[in-house]
Design a protein around this ligand. Sequence first.
Ligand code: BGC
Length: 762
Amino acid sequence: MKFQKKSGFNKRIAGSVTLGAALLSSTWAMAQFPAISQPKHYPWSDTTLSPDTRADMVVKELTLDEKIQLVHGLGWQAMFVPPESGPGTRAISAGGFIPGVPRLGIPDLQMSDSVEGISGAGARGRYATALPSAEAMAAAWDPALSFEIGTMIGNELRSIGFNMSLGSGINLIREPRDGRTFEYKGEDPLLAGTLAGQELKAEKALHLITDVKHYAVNDQDNGRTTVNSIIGKRAMRESDLLAFQIALKDSGAGAVMCAYNQINGTYACQYPYTLTDVLKKDFAFKGFVVSDWGATQSTVQAAMAGLDIEMPGRESFGEPLKKAVETGQVPMARLNDMVHRILRTEFDSGIVDDPPQPQAPDVMKGFEVAQKVEEKGSVLLKNNRNLLPLSAASVQSIAVIGGHADVGVISGGGSSQVSPAGGSAVPPPPELANNPMAVFLITAYHRSAPLKGIREKAPSAVVKFDPGTDLASAAALAKSSQVAIVFAVQHESEGVDLPNLGLPDNQDALIEAVAAANPNTIVVLETGGAVLMPWIDKVTSVVESWYPGIRGSQAIANLLFGDVNPSGKLPLTFPLSEADLPHPIKINPPTPTAEHPAPRLPGFPGLAASLMVLGPSFDVNYDEGLKVGYKWYDAEKKPVLFPFGFGLSYTTYAYSNLSVSPGESPTVSFTLKNTGTRAGTEISQVYAALPDSAGEPPRRLVGWMRVKLNPGESKQVSVPVSRDRLTVYDEASDSWKLVPGKYSILVGGSSRDLPLTLAISY
Ligand code: BGC
């Protein structure tokens, strides 16, 4: 089918809610060109050769044009200047596509965002499992679950025909109002890096190229293309870059996506320090650096700084790069290195030898994983009088209020948005229904209604719903019910930050009104990250369920009724007030002026161009430095609403008998006892306080263990601590050092509940 005019294009992709879908029509993507047939036998088909040798053999055969093609992705430009034909027509979605070299058996790169499921599936009208948000995954603190998530994502990617994933996102939460908090894995580098590492290791094992993003210090979305993140080397190495280092080491990921922002005055996709000095030299990363979409701001500078692939949005590579190579501004050796990195990754990942075979996805497996993530990742924050779990046998009436809980659960927006199966449970306004940028503009809900899950658990109770839009009506229903459950939602979306950490749309007042009417009020939060809770003393119980995904209803009901004992712990601090943040007032792009009007995305006048287009640059000084998340609140001795690592259970645990084995990589051992009446899983955490002379925040997470215990059961728990986690980065010698002196090892159930302490010396 030929590409049609833009209005037709917009209609055809209506309902598909991935950015990829928005950017390359599905009909256009239908293969006009036959798929690359393989495998033929080439000298580099010999799988006994190393990926590097195989890549070198191919590089020698490539023409200049073929090399240039391999380092330049297609996609976005199709939206504005639709090509009529060409290899781009083989693309599955515009999430990302790089034509391969058929004559040499080099496959196309078919990429999809896959932070919380396959967002590029919608472009093919295909189903993909909508997982809970990445913050929920992190709250499970479960590397084995992350591996399972990666396996599920990998299988679904392959089932559609994708051979490269665009995820995980591991930017640390320095700015909790960042609109992409839900896409990331919390505020600690060890937790985020370890979990991403397992997820990507699983995807790689299924013969996919994996990617970790957004490199680096890309910590807010307002003005994401114009913000200049100012940060020192030590702070970067010990926080944001450390998360990448751990994830890459554990996973062998093939790609790193450089970010939109500037770091210390240089765009992240042309910053030699992060791309070459740290990533390629120090981390010994052998894969390729791929730009975020439209994040390549130069040709020669970016290529020489270490960028290997430009993804669409600008035209810095392509013809300009070819000219730069022909004139010697970019040496051929550097272009060969770029291509070598891409090809060695293709061989190393297995996408050449074992290309994906499209097939039906395993929907039931997806459901199972989605539900497990939500059950393990939901965090019980408050539970007075043990109101939870509810007893199906004794509860007679329940008021379910707000959050569209009668039809579904909320989802985060932007490129990670998985198309809601059957369309959004809360339909978008008609004027936006056909807008190809819908993922950035609408609030989508997955069709998994908590009301239904609750009704199924308590079949003999009267369970009524009130939308929560009229406070008097909600309070009246709450008053006439034995228990009131308020579902409070907060939407986050790529491209725009939250205005503040409060619940939007008068939901604080709704909760207050319900709590005043009913002493048994439970709040279920569906939020991207931390929110303020001015009503916390007035409600009885609070569950943080994040963005719950396609099996949210079943998981939430299992938690509320005790079929599942909550075990999740917060991967980020919930502050008491925005005044306590490192930057109480969020730093936003400068107000538009006549000279610098607000940039708009071409063709989409309604959409603020914080997404892509450049305006005047502005600085955000990350002067909290090393003190990210809990390290800030601890160092500043600030009380918090709920600390990092916190989460209640329907049982209780006691810690005793700490011992630490000697050696530079010590093993921390202690006894954990379940002192309650239900079986449960405790996430035991180990922190280290470094010697004063190290100049570090009070403590850092150095290990943890999930421990399953029956009522009354005790276990001896051992947590190995890597020596690396005890070191500090020394800027002068550009190396990591173990500072001599006294170290305290602290153990307990959250960063602020550490009953066991022992000192060791190095
Ligand atoms: C996002 C990336 C994403 C890319 C492709 C960009 O807007 O920042 O995270 O991978 O789009 O969809």
